[in-house]
Design a protein around this ligand. Structure first.
Ligand code: TRP
Length: 340
C-alpha cells in the first residue's frame, strides 16, 4: 500500500481534509508530514473539502466556512509551500459535483452502505435511519475529487483507505464502459505509523473525542496536554517496572523524538524500573514544544495576512478547476453527452 510510485514530476497527488476544525498531531502523523515531503517530488493538489464537510454539517454551515481559512493556515504552518503545492476549495469547482452525479450511477446503495468508513461515521454520529443521502454517497464525491485530477497518489490517514478502494472500483467500471483508460486508479499513501492515539489512550486522536493536541496549540496548552497523557496505570512507584504497550507517552516519543537511540535507552530503563513518568513526560514535552513552536510562529505570520491566503486559494482553485474541467469533458464524451 505504501510502495511509492516512482517519482515523476508528472505524477499527480490529490489529498485534502474536511475543514470542520483545527488540524492536530493526528493529522500531522497521518498525512501532513507525508504531504510536506511529497510536494518536492510530485504535482500535489490539496483540497479543502468544504462541500464534503457539509454532508454532515448542514446545521452549521458557518463552521465549515470559517474553518476553510483556518485549515489553510495549518497547511502553510506545517510547511506546505504554495510554490510547490496547489491549495484549492472543493465547492468552487462545480465540475466536481457534475462528475459525482454521473458516478452515483456506477455504485450501488448497498456498496455505499458497506463502506467501512462511512459505516463507522454513521455509527459515531448516531444517524441510525436518518442518514443524509449526501453523506451516504460522499464516497462517490471523493471518487470525483481523486479521478477528476487523474491523481495516482493520495496521502491520507488509514481511515481513508476504503475511499480509495471505492474510487478505484468506480474508475475501473467507467474505464470498462469507455473501452479505454480514460481515468486512472489511485493508490493511498499511508505512513507506517498511520494512526496516533488520543492523549487519553483511546485508539484515535479526534476532535470529537476531545483528546487532541492541535497544531496551533499554545505552549501552555501543550504543557497541560502532556500532563494528561495516558501512560502505564500499573506503574505506580518510580522503582516499579513500566510497560510500553498502550503507553501513549512512548507512542508519541516514537513518532516525534528526533533522538531515537536515546529513546531506546530510556525505554530499556523504564521497563526495568527506576524511571518515573515525570522524566518521560518532560522529554515528551520538550519534543512537542520543539516541533510545534516553529509551526505556531509560521501560523501567526500567515494569519496576519489573510488576504494573501485567500488570494492563494483563489489562484489555486482556478488552476485546479481547469484540470477537472478537462477530465469532465472526456467523461461527457464517453457518456455521449455532447449535443451541440
Ligand atoms: N475524506 C477526507 C476527510 O474526511 C477529505 C477528502 C475529500 C479527501 N476529498 C478527498 C481526501 C480526496 C483525499 C482525497 O478528511
Amino acid at each position: 500500500m505504501s510502495t511509492p510510485v516512482p517519482a515523476s514530476s508528472s505524477t499527480v497527488i490529490l489529498t485534502g481534509d474536511r475543514p470542520t476544525g483545527p488540524l492536530h498531531l493526528g493529522h500531522f502523523v497521518g498525512s501532513l508530514r507525508n504531504r510536506v515531503a511529497y510536494q518536492h517530488e510530485y504535482r500535489q493538489f490539496i483540497m479543502l473539502a468544504d462541500a464534503q464537510a457539509l454532508t454532515d454539517n448542514m446545521d452549521d454551515t458557518d463552521k465549515v466556512k470559517r474553518n476553510v481559512i483556518e485549515v489553510a493556515l495549518d497547511y502553510l504552518a506545517v510547511g506546505i509551500d504554495p510554490a510547490l503545492s496547489t491549495l484549492l476549495i472543493q465547492s468552487q469547482i462545480p465540475e466536481l459535483a457534475e462528475l459525482t452525479f454521473y458516478y452515483l450511477n456506477l455504485v450501488t446503495v448497498a456498496r455505499l452502505e458497506r463502506n467501512p468508513t462511512v459505516k463507522e461515521e454513521i455509527r459515531l454520529r448516531g444517524f441510525e435511519r436518518d442518514i443524509p443521502a449526501g453523506f451516504l454517497t460522499y464516497p462517490a464525491s471523493q471518487a470525483a475529487d481523486i479521478s477528476g485530477f487523474k491523481a495516482q497518489l493520495v496521502p491520507v490517514g488509514e481511515d481513508q483507505i476504503p475511499m480509495i478502494e471505492q474510487t478505484n472500483e468506480i474508475v475501473r467500471r467507467f474505464n470498462r464502459m469507455a473501452g479505454r483508460e480514460v481515468l486512472l486508479e489511485a493508490q493511498a499513501l499511508v505512513p507506517a505509523l498511520g494512526r496516533l492515539p488520543g492523549i487519553d489512550g483511546k485508539a484515535k486522536m479526534s476532535k470529537s473525542m476531545g483528546n487532541t493536541i492541535n497544531l496551533g496549540a499554545t505552549a501552555d496548552e501543550v504543557r497541560a496536554a502532556v500532563k494528561k497523557v495516558y501512560t502505564d496505570p500499573l506503574h505506580l512507584r518510580v522503582q516499579d517496572p513500566g510497560h510500553l504497550e498502550g503507553n501513549v507517552a512512548f507512542i508519541y516519543l516514537d513518532a516525534f523524538d528526533p533522538d531515537q537511540a536515546g529513546l531506546a535507552e530510556l525505554k530499556a530503563r523504564y521497563v526495568q524500573g527506576g524511571v518515573g513518568d515525570s522524566v518521560v513526560k518532560a522529554r515528551l514535552e520538550g519534543c512537542l514544544q520543539d516541533l510545534l513552536e516553529p509551526i505556531r510562529t509560521r501560523r501567526a505570520q500567515f494569519a496576519q495576512d489573510r488576504g494573501y491566503v485567500m488570494q492563494l486559494l483563489k489562484e489555486g482553485t482556478a488552476k485546479a478547476r481547469a484540470i477537472v474541467t478537462a477530465t469532465v469533458d472526456e467523461v461527457r464524451e464517453v457518456l455521449g453527452l455532447r449535443y451541440f
